[in-house]
Design a protein around this ligand. Structure first.
Ligand code: FAD
Length: 503
């Protein structure tokens, strides 16, 4: 066992974590970040850091034998996925029986793999979802700060109207208009000036060459090029990749985190214990919730609130597709970066905000994916499930270890909560045996959680903070990362003022 100390320790390198590390470092605090995935800087044999969506290799997927792309089927046939070697690839899909969760793995978290759509929620809905957060202050101060830090930009409207690369969006706009719905332009973190150079043949193609969910070799302003680059630039931040935090316990007014190291093929390289004064959890909705649940249920942080694990569920994004008629083709040249949304948010019966996204591969003219954000069912409770993961066993011991000590399916959503309003398949019913073995409390009624910035002293744990998507209680009605970033900006400012800089 190796040991180390960092004044501030941040688990994860996604949005919440990156904001936190940058602001801590700017305030003079030495900060260590732990990331279970790789640092994506080294080119593979093809000279590229990331593989494309149409030719995925082991870089694409987190420890699976076959890629697991979203929306991979056409007419129920799996035409997109390919066999791959198990490896610490960039996109993970964690399966929970009737529900699967996608997550980015690598320094930059979800920013490496997501669609980049940078949408600020409606103020009225934000107030509803996070009633204890001062919406006025968020929209005046932290949303603009987040957008600037993320380098959010928009497509040039004139170019959009003429380019073959967005024909699919213009077709969807026409069809939406026929159905009585308006559309809005969506900002993105992909650099649209770069995209125009791609289209003009003046720069290597990335968004225009089918790159997105397995990383963009050019053009994407992911966190490693924005917040994390700035954090590292202070000289006070260190990032440890392929370091997975597995346990937390209190120690001398701070915490000790147990960390498992491995190489990119999943070979274990040993265990470390890292002590810190302030601990920030930024492992994403799954990673952070898992660490907290495990700490509470294994007794290392027994006074953590009972509400942890309650109300956990999807972020509201539902994938669906529109069948297209051959006389109205969407085009074979499709930019992977979505720029248009169908705004039916005010529809009294079926409020929805649907993004117009391209088809990743295959028969592009015939159907068109339209992921939409709705209010969604949420679990009443998620709980630990020891011993195995749903697909881990097939991967062999090395990959199994890389997935984590409890396997892939560590968190399991329980039955849907009271807000189930959509005709969706219900989540799998709970397994009473598992619940009893772990002595978990009975599920409570679903209750939205406020946007707490820390696990309060009243609960017994000072200097322990949640800083990521785990703070967001369910659907925001739009894609979440701008809100996660803005909340992290708000929260770290308060933590610095109230806890860190006052000693
Ligand atoms: P994340 O970005 O998930 O980062 C968490 C990081 O912590 C990961 O790198 C993870 O590997 C690491 N980690 C987890 N556990 C541990 C541990 N125990 N030890 C060490 N490291 C750990 N949102 C939008 O707003 N717009 C979009 O267009 C959009 N498209 C998406 C498309 C896809 C395919 C996916 C998967 C997501 C998309 N999202 C989108 C969602 C968005 O990416 C997430 O909401 C966002 O990344 C969450 O940020 P976060 O800070 O909570 O954590």
């Amino acid at each position: 066992r190796d040991g180390a100390y960092a004044p501030a320790l941040v688990i994860g390198t996604g949005y919440g974590a990156a904001v936190t590390a940058l602001r801590l470092a700017e305030a003079g605090v030495r900060t260590l970040m732990l990331e279970t995935g790789q640092l994506w800087t080294r080119p593979g044999r093809d000279g590229k850091v990331f593989c494309g969506m149409l030719t995925p290799d082991r870089r694409s997927t987190w420890f699976r034998r076959r890629t697991a792309a979203p929306m991979a089927s056409f007419l129920w046939l799996d035409v997109v996925n390919r066999p791959v070697e198990p490896y610490a690839g960039i996109l993970d899909r964690v399966d929970f029986g009737s529900m699967a969760v996608y997550a980015g793995r690598g320094v930059g978290g979800g920013s490496l793999v997501n669609g980049g759509m940078a949408v600020t929620p409606r103020r009225s809905y934000f107030r509803e979802v996070l009633p204890r957060v001062d919406a006025e202050e968020m929209y005046r101060r932290y949303f603009p700060r987040a957008r600037a830090g993320l380098r959010v930009n928009g497509v040039d409207r004139g170019w959009f109207e003429g380019t073959e690369w967005y024909r699919y969006s213009r077709v969807a706009r026409e069809e939406a208009g026929r159905a009585g719905h308006g559309t809005v332009f969506l900002d993105n973190i992909y650099d649209f000036r770069y995209m125009r150079r791609e289209a003009a043949g003046k720069a290597p193609k990335s968004a225009l060459a089918g790159e997105l969910i397995y990383g963009n070799n050019h053009g994407r302003m992911s966190l490693d090029r924005t917040y994390l680059a700035a954090a590292l630039g202070t000289g006070r931040v260190t990032v440890a990749a392929l370091h997975r935090a597995v346990a937390i316990r209190p120690h001398a007014g701070g915490y000790v985190v147990t960390v498992e190291r491995s190489d990119a093929s999943g070979r274990p390289l040993g265990t470390k214990e890292i002590a810190c004064r302030q601990l920030f959890l930024g492992g994403g909705s799954l990673g952070t919730t898992e660490l907290l649940l495990r700490a509470r249920e294994t007794g290392t942080l027994p006074r953590l609130g009972r509400e942890i694990g309650e109300g956990w569920g999807p972020n509201g994004n539902v994938m669906t597709a529109r069948a297209n008629l051959p006389h109205h083709p969407t085009g074979c040249h499709q930019s992977t970066v979505p720029v248009l949304g169908i705004d039916a948010w005010d529809d009294p019966r079926h409020p929805v905000f649907a993004e117009v996204t391209p088809r990743a591969g295959g028969h592009r003219d015939l159907d068109q994916p339209l992921p939409g954000d709705h209010p969604q069912p949420r679990a009443r409770h998620v709980h630990l499930r020891p011993g195995h993961g749903p697909d881990g066993a097939a991967l062999g011991p090395r990959a199994e270890r890389a997935r984590g000590p409890l396997g892939a399916g560590v968190l399991r959503p329980d039955e849907p909560g009271q807000r189930h309003r959509l005709p969706l398949r219900p989540l799998r019913p709970r397994t009473p045996g598992v619940r009893r073995r772990l002595h978990l409390p009975p599920a409570r009624r679903l209750r939205p959680r406020p946007g707490h910035r820390r696990l309060r002293a009243g609960e017994g744990y000072r200097n322990l903070y949640v800083t990521d998507g785990a703070l967001v209680p369910g659907s925001l009605g739009v894609n979440p990362f701008v809100t996660i970033t803005a909340l992290a900006e708000r929260n770290v400012e308060r933590v610095l003022r109230q806890d860190v800089l006052t000693g």
